[in-house]
Design a protein around this ligand. Sequence first.
Ligand code: GUN
Length: 284
Amino acid sequence: MTKLINGKEISAAIRAEIRQEVASLPLRPGLAVVLVGSDPASQVYVRNKNRACEEVGIYSEMYTLPEETTQEQLLSLIDQLNESPLVHGILVQLPLPKHLNEEEVILRINPSKDVDAFHPANVGKIMIGNYDFLPCTPAGVMELLAYSGIDPAGKECVVLGRSNIVGKPQAMLLLHANATVTICHSRTANLAEVCRRADILVSAVGRAGFVTADMVKDGAIVIDVGINRDENGKLCGDVAFDEVAPKTSYITPVPGGVGPMTITMLLKNTITAAKRAAGLEVHK
Ligand code: GUN
């Protein structure tokens, strides 16, 4: 029997707890979200992030900058946000327009406000297993597994994709949870065969219909991180859901799976940043 992992419901439960925690704090956590350019998908993500902040009582500032923004202008906004006492978390939506240097932008964010956990200082901490900030999407996946009563310890986990945002940190989190982890990518030989070994398959490739039934073992758990559009413009994940779902024990839908969890983890990180700024204790 296939069970659908309902990220919307799990996310709503966690956000209710977050709302209570925010109300109990002696300061109002604040998040600044920066969007450069007019990529429609990024616009939707950024709007959802701001809406989620409102929902739980987190103060938010949104900066929508034109496509032709210069590197200097963007860095100067980050400097200003690094200094702002109202802002505890800074998020610059990626990808940035081609003429901007993403690495330099990430490096400019004060690591103590880096709620995406993209700064090398935070990436290094994730590698060690000492999390100042959770990598949002991978941490969301771990929460979905935990809420579904799935313990990755001792399981074969295959991560499809090696991005800095998802694939690499996802592998680390699964490893820290005592899984046996394989990372696959565009140059992996015998991809379907490797994927068929997975007790837990996490796909973060960004291609509609990429994961097909022949890549999935009977009874596997399939987590779909992809957010794509199909040929009709409909939102879909990486997994060919209709053919794969019947083979699985658990599967996440798109939309309503991992997506809402990413934002929920961002809210958690913003609270963590605010607590640290106020010298309050943070439970890791
Ligand atoms: N683009 C896609 N996912 C993310 C994310 O989690 N954070 C940021 N800043 N940009 C993204």
